[in-house]
Design a protein around this ligand. Structure first.
Ligand SMILES: Cc1cc2nc3c(=O)[nH]c(=O)nc-3n(C[C@H](O)[C@H](O)[C@H](O)COP(=O)(O)OP(=O)(O)OC[C@H]3O[C@@H](n4cnc5c(N)ncnc54)[C@H](O)[C@@H]3O)c2cc1C
Length: 421
């Protein structure tokens, strides 16, 4: 039997081992003391292990390099994933947005299902062992010809010595949440083996905002708002829309977070050197004119009340001082004295609450990594490097990322499955 070394006992590495172990003699090498340290923290400890959707929907939720996923997702689809985990005896339930969780709400049950099966199949996992280097060799066309044509993998060098392998699967994850073990080692291995790496960014992460207003509204969660991100186009007065979404967001001490913002982070990293603005439409169900009418109606109801005490029906408490300051209307002005022009300006402010994005939060807060081993270097069917025979990559180490909803773990399961086969 050929020997396969899998570097990393995360989602992709465990799945690769399971799909390989009937045909290869598999050893998984993991630097942590246990498998799936990141899986434990997924889905707030509940693990949204997949999305029960069709292949087209899956591909639409992959933000970068979705085409690369074609073969592996068709070979191991969300339905196959569901059936596979069912066959391992993991009871699952499907929640809002087709998000699948273990019935127990315990992420550890997902890892346990995988490691129990590996135990049954006698797959070795070496814990507390760090791979330092992928060992490759040049090989000739035939023993009597000394013309070198190929680079071929020979095994891995670890802190506990050399482990030979005919195939090495690098499933070391990306750079996000480095305390779980994903410290970018696989990116270095790829680079040392002559493969191209695309620039990496924290993704599905909160955003830093210039204005102190966010700090003043810290903890305020907004539901049913529309967010639009735009950049100034070089040499033009116009702004270009780069992302828009509808849903929930949150103000924090450094800026903004929440579902809409995390999704946006995957799209805006291309524009970080530009002036990115976030516009929040606080009343997306109303047009500007309708909102002006609504404000007038509110103000007509309490004509002698001061402006600063008149926004309670319109806005959440924490937002009122910020809006008052931005509106430029004196807080002590009686609502009856507020002019049509001022009402128009207030409505405009609520439809376009403007913030300046100054950057992404760090990898410590990023759910995934954007960028990684260039998919141009990899055969999408086998996950094998086109340059180094026997060297394969799976999971987040690859330059593929997706939105929240179970899609990132699906990338790990499907690419892991392909690499193992
Ligand atoms: C807080 C959080 C919540 C998330 N929630 C979800 C969710 O609910 N649903 C979803 O789909 N996705 C979720 N994700 C994303 C998802 O967890 C990852 O995309 C996925 O786990 C990546 O799997 P992987 O196997 O490629 O890498 P990892 O899970 O990062 O595993 C890599 C493994 O390789 C090991 N390793 C690294 N370098 C070496 C080395 N040199 N030698 C030996 N071992 C090494 C690491 O210790 C680690 O165990 C979440 C991520 C985070 C951070």
């Amino acid at each position: 039997m050929k020997r396969m070394i899998i570097v990393g006992a995360g989602a992709a590495g465990l799945m690769a081992a399971l799909s390989a172990c009937d045909r290869y003699n598999v050893t998984i090498i993991e630097k942590n003391e246990k498998a799936g340290k990141k899986i434990y923290i997924t889905g707030k400890g509940r693990c949204n292990l997949m999305n029960d959707c069709d292949i087209d929907t899956f591909l639409k939720n992959v933000v970068h390099n979705s085409k690369f996923m074609y073969s592996s997702i068709n070979a191991f689809s969300p339905q196959d994933t569901y059936e596979y985990f069912s066959s391992l005896g993991l009871p699952m339930k499907t929640e809002r947005g087709n998000r699948v969780f273990p019935v127990s709400d315990r992420a550890s049950d997902v890892t346990k299902a995988l490691t129990d099966e590996l135990k049954r199949k006698n797959v070795k996992i070496l814990y507390n062992t760090t791979v330092r280097k992928i060992v490759t060799d040049k090989c000739s066309v035939s023993p009597d010809e000394d013309r070198m044509i190929d680079i071929i993998v020979r095994g891995v060098e670890t802190d506990k010595g050399f482990f030979p392998g005919d195939v090495v699967v690098v499933a070391t994850g990306g750079l996000s949440y480095p305390t779980t073990g994903s410290t970018g080692d696989g990116l270095r291995f790829a680079e040392e083996s002559g493969l191209k790496i695309t620039e990496t960014f924290p993704a599905l992460c909160p955003l830093n905002i210039k204005e102190e207003d966010c700090k003043k509204m810290m903890g305020l969660s907004l539901k049913n708002v529309k967010v639009r991100f735009s950049v100034k186009q070089d040499g033009k007065n116009k702004r270009k829309l780069i992302y828009e979404d509808f849903g929930e967001m949150l103000f924090t001490h450094f800026g903004v977070s929440g579902p809409c913002i995390l999704s946006a982070s995957n799209y805006i990293s291309d524009y970080l050197d530009k002036d990115i603005k976030l516009f929040i439409d606080l009343k997306p169900a109303l047009s500007n004119e309708e909102l002006e009418q609504r404000i007038k109606k509110d103000f007509d109801g309490f004509r002698l009340r001061e402006y600063q005490n008149s926004l309670g029906q319109l806005l959440p408490r924490l937002m009122i001082p910020v809006i008052i300051e931005r509106s430029g209307i004196s807080p002590s002005k009686k609502t009856a004295d507020i002019s049509e022009k001022e009402i128009r300006r207030l409505a405009e402010l609520l439809k376009n609450f403007e913030l300046n994005v100054i950057g992404l939060r760090s990898y410590n807060e990023a759910i995934v990594t954007r960028g990684g081993v260039s998919v141009k270097e990899i055969d999408p069917k086998t996950m094998e490097s086109k340059k180094v025979k026997g060297l394969r990559f799976a999971g987040e180490v690859l330059d593929v990322d997706a939105l929240t909803g179970g899609f990132n773990l699906q990338i790990a399961w499907s690419t892991g499955h392909a690499a193992g086969l």
